[in-house]
Design a binder for this molecule. Structure first.
Ligand code: ASP
Ligand code: MG
Length: 445
């Protein structure tokens, strides 16, 4: 059994949905995980914000507008009158859920319910499309098996124990459709796996059923060796290890949800990134096997804040870093990069929601300084500890750019460099030139 996941753009129009139907209909058993139609989740986020702020009129307008878009979608997707009526019924039911929230106090749980409607609709419409084309497929409600615990972590045993019996109820069927992104939380309420979470749904399912492969279908031909929006002549890397992919996904290569590689790695289930616009292209294979390249790819993550704490108390002392980390823990703020000297420590955060409180607490230790608008440039390779030659190229490339932090050796796959966001583009381009000039797109080793 395989898992195929299609993102928002892959189901973004009736034409594209029909293409997905052609891709999945190869007679082989698979679970098909779908995102919401592209743009829908963003619109539902806006809708929730409007309700939350008491802008009921605006919210009602947004709801109306989205409904009209779905009416057109249905007309183009389905041919038969009855199928169209059933599709309208699906949209109506979702709308009834949301319209009900317009005039009442709006809670976080309500917002989660609103956000879930995108995937609930896309999967049902897709099933109707298959049914009209006489392709039998079973709809598996993700809310019946996908669950997270109090810390927002997926509950693998629960997922496995509830998903497998659902599949076993349909021994004759080959195609199973389910919603990406949505789940239930520890209280049993509707929740989600955070934005972009459909990838995570796919790898969790893949790991739970020991799938032979997880295919993630997007609108790009695999994981590129640099950001194609900034650098010309990037190329897709054909194979990378789980570790390499995880670093890249976390540090900015927008193609994958950052934590989705973990379940696949745990069960050693390969992930293949495929392009819906070019189904025959090989894409990128993520598995235990590494890229076989010295330097695999470069990615960047912007909007980073760097914090430096300087304290005489750090000198020859133990327990200092623990106290610093406890502050970040108390405000549930993850730290991305860290470097230390004898009397100071610098670290970076992405989420600055609680920055002021964090700074106030840190000031009890000593001098605190911050730099906003920083970017982390992440250079990913294979077994960097065994390699030589690349550091010279990296520093030569960045010679004209002031570097705020450098982190080497945290993992064997990653070198991270922090610099001002204004230099991000230039850094990516220069590194590309120094690290990939003359490097073949195909794997040569
Ligand atoms: N629809 C959700 C989002 O836009 C989940 C996903 O597409 O992965 O974030
Ligand atoms: Mg995505």
């Amino acid at each position: 059994m395989q898992v195929f996941k299609f993102g928002g753009t892959s189901v973004g129009s009736p034409e594209r949905m029909r293409q997905v139907m052609d891709i999945i209909n190869d007679g082989q058993g698979k679970i098909i995980v779908l995102s919401a139609v592209s743009g829908t989740t963003n619109k539902l986020v806006e809708l929730s914000a409007a309700i939350k702020h008491g802008q009921y009129h605006r919210a009602a307008q947004k709801l109306d507008q989205l409904k009209r878009e779905y009416e057109i979608f249905i007309e183009e997707l389905l041919e038969g009158k009855e199928a169209r009526q059933r599709a309208s019924g699906i949209v109506q039911r979702s709308w009834a859920v949301m319209a009900q929230l317009l005039n009442a106090p709006f809670f976080e749980a309500d917002e989660k319910n609103v956000l879930a409607q995108g995937e609930l609709i896309s999967t049902q419409l897709f099933q109707l499309l298959l049914e009209e084309q006489e392709i039998p497929a079973v709809l598996l409600p993700a809310l019946d098996f996908m669950r997270i615990d109090e810390n927002g972590e997926p509950e693998m045993n629960f997922i496995r124990e509830n998903l497998i019996p659902l599949l076993e109820e349909h021994p004759q069927d080959s195609y199973f459709i389910t919603q990406g992104y949505i789940c239930r939380n520890a209280q049993g309420a509707v929740d989600n796996l955070k934005r972009g979470g459909s990838d995570y749904t796919a790898t969790l399912i893949g790991a739970a059923i020991h799938a032979s492969e997880i295919q993630i279908w997007t609108d790009i031909d695999g994981l590129h060796n640099n950001d194609p929006r900034v650098v010309h002549q990037t190329f897709p890397v054909r194979k990378v290890s789980y570790r390499e992919a995880a670093e890249l996904a976390y540090f900015g290569a927008k193609i994958l949800h950052p934590t989705c590689v973990i379940p696949a790695e745990q069960e050693n289930t390969p992930i293949r990134l495929k392009n819906t616009f070019e189904p025959a292209a090989p894409g990128t294979l993520i598995s235990a096997e590494s890229s076989g390249r010295k330097i695999t790819a470069i990615a960047a993550k912007g909007d980073i804040t760097a914090i430096r704490i300087r304290s005489g108390r750090m000198l020859n002392a133990y327990g200092f870093l623990r106290k610093v980390f406890e502050i970040f823990e108390a405000y549930k703020t993850p730290i991305d990069m860290i470097t230390t000297s004898e009397v100071s420590v610098s670290l970076t955060i992405d989420d600055d929601t609680n920055l002021e409180k964090i700074l106030a607490d840190l000031k009890t230790f000593g001098e605190v300084a911050i730099d906003r608008d920083q970017a982390i440039i992440c250079i990913v390779g294979d077994g960097l500890n065994r390699q030589t030659g690349h550091t010279k190229a990296i520093f030569a490339a960045l010679e004209q750019i002031p570097l705020r932090m450098v982190s080497y050796g945290g993992s064997l796959n990653n070198i991270s460099i922090l610099l001002n966001e204004d230099h991000k583009k230039e850094a990516l381009q220069a590194l590309h030139q120094f690290l990939f000039n003359g490097v073949e797109a195909r794997v040569t080793i």
